[in-house]
Design a protein. Structure first.
Length: 156
């Protein structure tokens, strides 16, 4: 099951606050990547980009990252102030997140199989703004359920 369908992950950093806290445990659906589509707003787990080790000053760099997809192949992204623009329209961040944006998004158009990831804790996340896009082949699965702590069990 773990190899092909479902896997658990522990959250090691504050980059996804308030959605995910340090110590939360989530279940990731790998089949949603193999057989499904990745959408803006999905929370995904992916292999940490090599550039992250050099460019991020996280105290405990892990092999896998958890971030939110804010751009999919073909999208053009940029930011101005605290507003993220996708295809020249303000991104509807209907999920919980923190402001200010922090580091700006340098204008980019995503190529085939490229995804732009950001942490919900915008100003405290080392993400695609810093180390670039993530290839589809690096995405492990979609997070869909928090299972720990018990007091925070629920769907994402």
């Amino acid at each position: 099951m773990r190899t092909y369908a479902l896997q658990t992950f522990a959250i090691p950093s504050i980059s996804m606050l308030p959605t995910l806290q340090i110590g939360d445990h989530i279940i990731v659906n790998k089949l949603a990547i193999s057989w499904g589509t990745i959408h803006v707003g999905d929370v995904v787990v992916f292999k940490a980009p090599a550039a992250a080790e050099i460019k991020c000053s996280e105290p405990e760099l892990v092999a896998d990252f958890v971030k939110r997809v804010i751009g999919v192949p073909g999208d053009s992204l940029r930011s101005k102030g605290n507003t993220i623009y996708v295809n020249n329209k303000p991104l509807d961040e209907s999920w919980t997140h923190t402001e200010p944006l922090g580091q700006a998004i340098t204008p980019i158009t995503l190529k085939a199989n490229q995804y732009f990831m950001m942490g919900d804790n915008h100003s405290d996340s080392c993400d695609s703004r810093i180390w670039g896009t993530v290839p589809r082949s690096a995405i492990i699965g979609k997070a869909f359920l928090r299972i720990w702590p018990i007091s925070r069990i629920g769907f994402l």
